[in-house]
Design a binder for this molecule. Sequence first.
Ligand code: MLT
Length: 256
Amino acid sequence: MTREPLYFVEIGSGEPVVLLHGFPLDGRMWEMQAKELSRSARVIVPDLSGFGRSGAMVAASLDEMADDVAALLDSLGARQATIIGLSMGGYVSMAFARRHLERVARLGLCDTRAVPDSAEGKKVRDTNIALVDAQGSGAVLERMLPMLLSPEASLEIREFVRAMGRSQVPSGVKAALAAMRDRPDARPWLATFDVPAMVVVGSEDRIAPPSEAEEMVAALPHAELALIPGAGHLANLEAPAAFTAHLARLLAMPRG
Ligand code: MLT
């Protein structure tokens, strides 16, 4: 069945770079990185299916989300791109690499996890799905907020994340929770991602901790670790300059 095209923002020209957002957010979380990287690249920022202005779409799986991104690149005439994703966007990036490796110039895996949800983690997804049904998307955002940001995050960032999370349509949030719950173990695939890669992580990330980032770097054939001191899970918002500088370094690597 043909799917709707994803909503996206495109800025700059040059080599294509795709920025994939985390949960329960949308492409707006990449505003600062998109602006900076667009000085020397063609930055493409989609709203993944179920989120933002792609909110009317529903993805059955992270693989389907990854294929939506591949279809978007087709429609833009971009054969290859640097694929960068944060957290859920990282899960989608790994699914993209698994399904379309020849289209990946470089890989940026930020504050994300290769391990699947534990049994306990899957239960939390189900609780959150029920919470969306009972109280809407905002309730899940409030529950997650202490994990998404470090205690040092400014009130401005907190409110930015809160407003974006609350604006998501319940059907999209629920579909993504189920897709993340059911995602496969990506660890066996990491060794096959034979492209330049960077694993970026905030030192205070409690969802995707630095210890897991180190394991990913060890398993990837050509990866560097970029640790951002003091930043929490949404490291791109908490430490935008350091985060963007790491991505710029990734983009300077010869493509795979
Ligand atoms: C995200 O930031 O995308 C989510 O926290 C990922 C997750 O819940 O596994």
